[in-house]
Design a protein around this ligand. Structure first.
Ligand code: NAD
Ligand SMILES: O=C(O)C(=O)C[C@@H](O)[C@H](O)[C@H](O)COP(=O)(O)O
Ligand code: ZN
Length: 362
């Protein structure tokens, strides 16, 4: 097991990464209250809920351990689904001292975190991420929330977990398409913050695609370390944290336009990363060779490298106008200055943005 810590001004938590951690009761026990609610979904419950519950009862047989099983899918990441969690908590008569456990991917993690931020104005929660994407990204950093038909992650809160427990064994049941989607966010870290990591990813890409466990664990560890470093510096995205949004202005527009779920988040981010790199190249920040390096890795992972069929420039522009990085009506984009260094800027030629969007039309 390897451990990272995320140190924030008013909070501190550990991120444990290793095989079989869901069964390690001693890691969870110090963070549990007498009232525990596991939030999971109908796909993950039959795979991992019993294993987790067995670990939870070990240290304290009197602890109340209940669960709520939500419908699966990005299209269910909205306020109505969240109501199921609140109803369950109230039916159980759980108090402010309860602990929520998010057992699942980013959708479960984001919803559980937001439920924890809201229930009785705030209770503790723990992230138990089971997808590659959630292990390298969404379980760390405390961004929680749900989608709205008019925009991605538009209703939410910053709420940090008490613990992130990454059991790499859970990846054994993850479908290839979901695994590849997680690789897009891994690639993001190299692009925005660590050129050496990007080079390492290129060298180990075939091992990653083959899911060689030591290489996958290393990629998870390095991704979490990079994310923790950025979040520690800027917990609530007043500045630098926005670099974690590379490719997301395009990607979120794709997810919203396609109605949430047709494209996985990581797939939309994959195309968005390439579009952001392409735009950075058109603006003269990076060379065309980098665009091709990114495209090659995405293609090898069978990730999409073009816009959804029929998505036009106006569709992008309308949705991007509602991006959370817009300030005083002005769109700010995350762009690459060079490999391993991202900037957040409104200083770009809009014609170059149009060219990028048009170039990716399919
Ligand atoms: N909060 C953040 O910082 C942050 C960061 C990145 C992404 N996100 C959000 O995360 C979401 C995407 O997360 P995701 O890619 O994990 O998608 P997801 O949560 O929808 O999970 C993907 C699919 O895999 C299934 N699954 C999960 N674990 C499994 C396992 N071990 N074996 C088999 N099947 C499994 C799920 O049931 C689901 O069908 C998006 O909503 C995105 O906006 C949030
Ligand atoms: O943690 C962050 O900050 C991120 O931006 C990570 C992203 O990968 C993630 O998709 C996040 O949910 C996007 O946040 P949003 O504020 O753009 O909705
Ligand atoms: Zn993301």
């Amino acid at each position: 097991m390897k451990t990272l810590s995320l140190d924030l001004p008013a909070h501190h938590y550990d991120i444990h990464i290793g095989a079989g951690l869901l069964a390690q009761a001693e890691l969870l026990a110090p963070h549990l209250s007498p009232e525990v609610l596991v939030v999971t979904n109908e796909t993950i419950a039959p795979l991992y809920l019993a294993r987790l519950e067995a670990a939870l009862v070990k240290p304290d047989a009197n602890r109340r351990i209940e669960s709520v099983v939500l419908p699966d899918g990005e299209q269910h990441k909205h306020l109505r689904t969240l109501d199921q969690v609140f109803t369950r908590l109230l039916e159980l008569n759980y108090s402010r001292r309860c602990t929520l456990l998010a057992l699942g991917g980013g959708v479960i993690g984001d919803m559980t975190g937001f439920a924890a931020a809201c229930y009785q104005r705030g209770v503790n929660y723990i992230q138990l991420p089971t997808t590659l994407l959630s292990q390298v990204d969404s379980s760390v950093g405390g961004k929680t929330g749900v989608n709205h038909a008019l925009g991605k992650n538009m209703i939410g809160a910053f709420k940090q977990p008490e613990l992130v427990l990454i059991d790499t064994d859970t990846l054994s049941t993850l479908p290839d398409r979901e695994y590849a989607a997680g690789l897009a966010e891994v690639l993001k870290y190299g692009l925005i913050a660590d050129a050496g990591f990007f080079d390492w990813l290129e060298q180990h890409w075939s091992d990653l695609l083959a899911r060689r466990s030591d290489v996958v664990s290393e990629a998870i560890y390095r991704s979490c370390a990079l994310k923790a470093e950025v979040v520690a510096e800027d917990e609530t995205e007043q500045g630098r944290r926005a670099i974690l949004n590379l490719g997301h202005t395009f990607g979120h527009a794709i997810e919203t336009w396609t109605g949430y779920g047709a494209w996985l988040h990581g797939e939309a981010v994959a195309t968005g990363l390439l579009m952001a790199t392409d735009l950075s190249q058109r603006l003269g920040h990076v060379d065309v060779a980098l665009v091709e390096r990114v495209r090659t890795l995405l293609l090898q992972a069978e990730l999409p490298v073009r816009s959804p069929t029929g998505m036009a420039r106006d569709n992008y522009l309308q949705l991007m106008a509602r991006d959370k990085k817009v300030e005083s009506g002005v769109l700010r984009l995350v762009l690459l200055n060079t490999l391993g260094h991202a900037i957040v800027t409104s200083d770009f030629a809009v014609q170059a943005l149009y060219e990028t969007i048009d170039h990716f039309k399919s």
